[in-house]
Design a protein around this ligand. Structure first.
Ligand code: MN
Length: 441
């Protein structure tokens, strides 16, 4: 587990002035990674680090030869069109790079002149999915979400007995994961209308969001070898925002007995910036279980996981309808919650995923599962916010929404903030629903 070091000092300021502004997502204490190029250019995508409203271009930094040793090797790896090579280097290399970047971006750093020439404004950037994602695994780590969903299907027995013992997950689809700005067609699929005896094929009428965090695996493990919980976080490169769009009507018909399939695989959207676990160190919080619940089995338990295995990441969902967009309005907040309410930690997900010997690889992605908190205003999917579609939400301007409509955009935001630490943010994860293609019936 990463402890606090000089890179977390809240007094640090950068020579990139925009990084020092109050409320900035990307101060010098954050230093998240993305893959980018200039919009509309034929440039190759390459890794970059956010600082204020700028991106430090790792390919340019590599070419300029600014760093030495382990940090230089990490910059070389990060200069590629995907971050897999950097992810594979492991956490000593990520930490060496973070320290070198922190020192070189501080006020009065001797590297300022050389690095100034390596900055690209974020306003000019086009982003790409940060890694070649070999496998995507979606977990279900919010007990509040699991209970709310379970209640819709089984009012007297909402939570199945395995939930409090097993970090539940399923294998998702990697090919349809896109980057913020993603626009996707409303999915078409089989659904069974209430009271009907046969399904029909058509556009989903119950299109939903899932506010999740994406967890990028760094160094992997050999097939057949489990990752002990004491080392689990060493295998995690960082965390981003993830909207795991879901078609609830397709899901309701197809999911038994093997679980989600086409209701989930049409699109998932990531934020461009991946915040490292080291950057999140000030925001660790204890992992606790209610005394009446089963405590985690020994392989899912450690002193470090108990004392600081959870993260207090503030999360928000905004909805922007076509009417609001046309009126020049900003998105309306429909959910505010925190990652601290999750029932299982990142370390527990990694350890459980590998306990059977399954090998994780650099660039693999975990979804946290929909991160609903304990109260209705912290519900992180429309199916919960509208009680399964029964209670439409009122939006500013008099509109209502039960499910997503064509042209709707959803904006996820995440940040960490507390007294005594620098505020850091995740930026935004935006996705937009386009009309369905007309299916052949
Ligand atoms: Mn999901």
């Amino acid at each position: 587990m990463t402890s606090l070091n000089e890179t977390h000092n809240p007094a640090l300021k950068s020579w990139v002035k925009s990084a020092n502004a109050a409320g900035c997502d990307f101060p010098i204490q954050n230093l998240p990674f993305a893959v980018f190029r200039r919009q509309g250019s034929p440039e190759a995508f390459r890794g970059g680090v956010a600082i204020g409203d700028q991106i430090l271009d790792l390919a340019a930094v590599a070419q300029a030869g600014v760093f030495k040793g382990e940090a230089a090797a990490a910059v070389q790896a990060g200069a590629q069109d995907k971050l897999n090579a950097l992810m594979a280097l492991g956490n000593a290399a990520w930490s060496a790079l973070r320290l070198a970047l922190s020192r070189a971006l501080r006020e009065a750093a001797v590297e300022q002149a050389a690095l100034q020439a390596c900055l690209v404004p974020q306003a000019e950037a086009q982003y790409d999915v940060p890694a070649r994602i070999g496998d995507y695994t979606d977990f279900y780590t919010s007990v509040h979400h699991a209970t709310n969903i379970g209640r819709l299907f089984r009012p007297d027995n909402p939570l199945l007995p395995n939930y409090k013992w097993v970090p539940i997950g399923y294998h998702g689809r990697a090919s349809s994961i896109g980057i913020s700005g993603q626009q996707f067609r409303r999915p078409v699929g089989q659904t069974l209308a209430p009271g009907a005896t046969e399904p029909t094929l058509g556009p989903s009428k119950r299109l939903d969001i899932e506010l999740e965090l994406g967890i990028f695996i760094g160094s992997g493990n050999a097939l057949g070898e489990a990752i002990d919980i004491a080392q689990a976080e060493d295998h995690v490169f960082g965390i981003c925002l993830l909207n795991d769009w879901s078609a609830r009507d397709i899901q309701g018909w197809e999911y038994q007995p093997l679980g989600p399939f086409l209701s989930k695989s049409f699109a998932s959207t990531l934020s461009p910036w991946v915040v490292t676990l080291e950057a999140l160190a000030p925001y660790r919080v204890p992992f606790t279980r209610p005394a009446e619940d089963p405590q985690p089995m020994a392989y899912l338990d450690s002193a470090a996981n108990r004392s600081g295995g959870a993260f207090d990441i503030q999360l928000q969902v905004g909805l922007l309808t076509p009417k609001m967009r046309a009126a020049g309005q900003t998105d309306a907040s429909i959910c505010r919650t925190s990652y601290r309410h999750a029932y299982w930690t990142v370390a527990q997900m990694v350890t459980h995923h590998t306990v059977n010997g399954c090998n994780l690889q650099p660039g693999d992605l975990f979804g946290s599962g929909t991160l609903s908190g304990p109260t209705l205003d912290q519900a992180a999917a429309l199916i919960e916010l509208t009680a399964g579609g029964k209670n439409p939400m009122a939006l500013p301007g008099g509109e209502q929404r039960t499910w997503l409509e064509d042209g709707d955009s959803v904006v996820l935001r995440g940040w960490c903030e507390k007294t005594g630490a620098a505020r850091i943010g995740f930026g935004e994860c935006v996705g937009t629903v386009l009309p369905a293609r007309v299916p052949r019936v």
